[in-house]
Design a binder for this molecule. Structure first.
Ligand code: AMP
Length: 234
């Protein structure tokens, strides 16, 4: 089976499950969107699912609220329950790209068990790798319009007039979250459990290490090549 010139390693009929792992700012969300569009898989982003639950004021949202507000991980029990329900929905029948889940080994084990119960397997764990200094630099260049929320980047996505929002002429601001010391602190908290999840899947031999630097389209191409590599090598 081919798609846009790429041979796919999963035969039709079997659901494709891909995991996208990477620190905040690695471009994980952008890549998940691109892959979702190109491969016809549902993009399931745990952070987005939690934020939606918060907005809608559901019971799940209320259970997750205080953890999210403190920037802590929501406990595994709540997260696993939510994510498994999403994975079981008809929208994910053709397959899904998991973005932001699993974030702990317990979550990974719960996912593995559910997938195995259904006679499925995780096809690939895509590790999107960007050096810390580049992550800090990317965040440092980020600006946002305080009025309409439009995001910009001083070098990769600048407004027409430096420092001014294209939509409403408001002066752009830097979010506190994007300051170098805040980014470094966030990474220091986020990276160790992420490495544990990667080590878990490394043992299963299904991790593809992808260089996350460079233009987004080039990174997407590298991921698609990694997805077809097994077939090409056979
Ligand atoms: P994100 O948009 O991925 O940064 O996620 C936003 C927030 O949602 C995180 O700070 C956590 O509080 C929560 N969250 C997202 N994914 C997970 C996960 N897999 N496990 C626990 N908490 C999560």
């Amino acid at each position: 089976m081919t798609y846009a010139g790429h041979r796919l390693s999963t035969p039709p009929g079997r659901r494709r499950i891909l995991l996208l792992v990477g620190p905040v700012g690695s471009g994980k969300g952008t890549q998940a969107e691109a892959l979702s569009r190109q491969l016809g898989l549902q993009h399931l982003a745990s952070g987005e699912l939690f934020r939606r639950a918060l907005r809608e004021g559901t019971q799940l949202g209320e259970r997750a609220r205080s953890y999210m507000e403190h920037g802590d991980l929501v406990p595994d029990e709540i997260t696993i329950e939510m994510f498994m329900a999403e994975l079981a929905r008809p929208e994910a029948a053709a397959g899904a790209i998991l973005d932001g889940f699993p974030r702990t080994v317990a979550q990974a084990e719960a996912l593995d068990a559910t997938v195995a119960e259904r006679g499925e397997r995780i096809e690939k764990v895509i590790s999107l790798e960007v050096p810390t200094e580049e992550l800090v630099a990317r965040a440092a260049g980020r600006r946002v319009c305080p009025t309409c929320g439009t995001p910009y980047h001083v070098s990769s996505d600048p407004p027409r007039v430096a420092g001014i929002c294209d939509n409403d002429g408001t002066s752009l601001v830097q979010r506190d979250d994007d300051r170098p010391e805040v980014v470094r602190a966030r990474l220091a908290k986020q990276v160790p459990p992420m490495l544990e999840v990667l080590a878990h899947y490394e043992r299963a031999g299904i991790v593809a290490h992808i260089d996350g630097r460079g233009p987004a389209e080039q990174v997407t191409e590298a991921i698609l090549r990694a997805l077809t590599a097994d077939v090409s090598a056979a």
